[in-house]
Design a protein around this ligand. Structure first.
Ligand SMILES: [Zn+2]
Ligand SMILES: [Zn+2]
Length: 348
């Protein structure tokens, strides 16, 4: 099969790799499309150190069931040829977190696309445990299956923040995870959603999802957000994760507000401690998604095809894939989400 192999900072190439063979309990998938994640781009540039030379990345994927033994397929309710997505968080299967469906908290978790020992989804074929293969509703545009993973990150963050229809929600950052947070808050019935995002292309996209967008450079974000929401935010979803974004989160939220930290921009931040203690705000962590949030997002994604259509900027085949990484890394592309499609024909 062909696969996109990462060789070190700024170097990625399409190469032949042996076809993966499913073991007991695993399923072989033919990849239809895999999204390029910000974490893949930062891995490619070497910035985050979370990708390793020789690795095949890719964790936001959709494919069809190609093969698997009958008992495995039947046990997971899968059929050959069915369109599926993959929950890339692989738990050990026998710790407390895994028993609770919270594989993201499993101390021995491995993640497809992140773990260098797993040949992942930027490839023609992918092997995954059957229990991580999630069927997609019939009639759903297949490309949208590649969005389930990032959408699940936003949904899990909003659920961690106990988002309800009573909430005025401020989302910090309008990139793919911020977009997922907007859709999640809307899905949970939030009474208003405002997004802080300076990039005009991203602002336009997020406005199309129904949120009000504010440019944080325009001045007083706190009062502008409160004006737009009809009061200070009761829930903040920080999809940036830096000292300045957290300062905005506390400045622009109500007493008792929940602030969910889902962005991972900085490994260490400085916090305004008294804004947490004296105003009794909560700071809540969110990471990936649990099993149920991923599964329910796969079902929900089929219900909002127009919103999802706007999240995809385009796709490339094998020839175009290395260039897409280079463009995203250099900032010459303002694209939010590019998909790699193994079956896409390209002129070059
Ligand atoms: Zn991702
Ligand atoms: Zn476990």
């Amino acid at each position: 099969m062909r696969a996109l192999v990462f060789h070190g900072p700024g170097s990625i190439a399409v190469e032949e790799r042996p076809d993966p063979v499913p073991s007991q309990g695993e399923v072989l998938l033919r990849v239809l499309a895999t999204g390029i994640c910000g974490s893949d781009v930062h891995g490619y540039t070497g910035e985050n150190g979370r990708r390793h030379p020789g690795q095949v990345m890719g964790h936001e994927t959709v494919g069809t069931v190609e093969a698997g033994d009958g008992a495995t397929l039947a046990g997971a309710g899968l059929a050959i040829g069915e369109t599926v997505t993959v929950n890339p968080v692989l738990g050990c299967g026998d710790c407390v977190a895994c028993a609770e469906g919270e594989e993201q908290a499993c101390p021995r978790r491995r993640v497809i696309g992140v773990d260098p020992g797993i040949v992942s989804a930027f490839a023609d074929l992918l092997v995954a445990p059957a229990r991580n293969v999630v069927p997609l509703p019939q009639g759903m545009p297949s490309e949208h299956g590649a969005l389930v993973e990032p959408l699940s990150v936003g949904y899990h963050a909003a659920r961690r923040g106990r988002c309800t229809e009573r909430d005025r929600v401020l989302v910090l950052g309008g990139g793919p995870i911020g977009q997922a947070c907007v859709l999640a808050a809307t899905r949970l019935g939030a009474r208003g959603v405002v997004v802080s995002e300076p990039n005009p292309a991203r602002a336009k996209l997020v406005r199309g999802l129904g949120a009000t967008v504010l440019d944080p450079r325009d001045g007083d974000l706190a009062s502008a957000a409160a004006d737009a929401l009809g009061g200070p935010a009761t829930l903040v979803l920080d999809a940036v994760g830096s000292t300045p974004s957290l300062a905005d989160a506390f400045a622009a939220s109500a007493r008792g507000a929940r602030v969910v930290l889902v962005g991972m921009n900085q490994p260490e931040v400085t916090l305004p401690a008294y804004a947490i203690s004296t105003a009794e705000r909560e700071l809540i962590g969110a990471f990936c998604y649990n099993r149920e949030d991923f599964a329910s997002t796969a079902r929900w994604a089929a219900t909002v095809p127009d919103a999802l259509e706007s999240l995809v900027d385009g796709s490339v085949g094998w020839r175009g894939a290395p260039g897409a990484f280079a463009d995203l890394a250099s900032g010459t592309s303002s694209a939010s989400k590019i998909l790699v499609r193994p079956d896409q024909e390209e002129q070059q």
